[in-house]
Design a protein around this ligand. Structure first.
Ligand SMILES: Cc1cc2nc3c(=O)[nH]c(=O)nc-3n(C[C@H](O)[C@H](O)[C@H](O)COP(=O)(O)O)c2cc1C
Length: 174
């Protein structure tokens, strides 16, 4: 996701998506009975209010994607500025090699409607069930139906955004 230029159909092109930053960055949790994992995700957007739907776009090689397609559930953790280091770790290392919850010092909390854990330290957690997924080039677009929302009422920490290229910053939102 981070290269600035790529050969596309024989032509060296600047990556268009840099024009679409900054973007809010979240942690997406995928889990089966055997394993829980997190990935940093900036390619996320709501797409429907009724029913409540959001989409995430995950690289085909993502371990989180594998877990999501197995359990057909996932959690979106809305993260604040304080979780910057944890997000960088979850966005630069594959869950194939490490236990990201433990390495990033994040705690798991039981969710209400899905078997995937919530992230205790997150400002909010959104429980989703997978409605469908489809390939889009080198990524897979997962549509999730929102089943439950957990939001911390105390404090308004700046929300984490990325400018691309692993540059993260907090932005205060009311
Ligand atoms: C700020 C930031 C945003 C990212 N956004 C996405 C994204 O939207 N989709 C994606 O597939 N990967 C994204 N990545 C890269 C993944 O988080 C990274 O490849 C991660 O290692 C995947 O972990 P996994 O294999 O354990 O799922 C992002 C990385 C960073 C640092």
């Amino acid at each position: 996701m981070e290269e600035e230029f790529k050969f596309i159909r024989g032509k060296l092109m600047p990556m268009f998506y840099h024009l679409l930053y900054p973007r809010q960055t979240v942690l997406v949790v995928g889990a089966t009975k055997e394993k829980s994992n997190l990935s940093a995700v900036a390619w996320i957007t709501p797409v429907s209010a009724k029913p409540p739907l959001l989409v995430i776009s995950l690289n085909k090689n993502s371990t989180t994607l594998d877990l999501i397609c197995t359990s057909m559930e996932f959690v979106v953790a809305i993260v604040g500025e304080k979780m910057k280091d944890a997000v960088l770790l979850c966005g630069t290392t594959s869950g194939k090699y490490i236990d990201k919850f433990s390495e990033a010092k994040l705690a798991q909390v039981k969710a209400k409607q899905v078997s995937v854990p919530l992230v205790l330290e997150a400002a909010a957690n959104i429980e989703c069930k997978v409605l469908n997924y489809s390939t889009a080039g080198d990524h897979v677009i997962v549509t999730g139906e929102v089943l439950e929302v957990h939001e911390k009422k105390n404090g308004k920490e700046p929300v984490l955004f990325t400018k691309g290229k692993k540059k993260l910053f907090g932005l205060a939102v009311d």
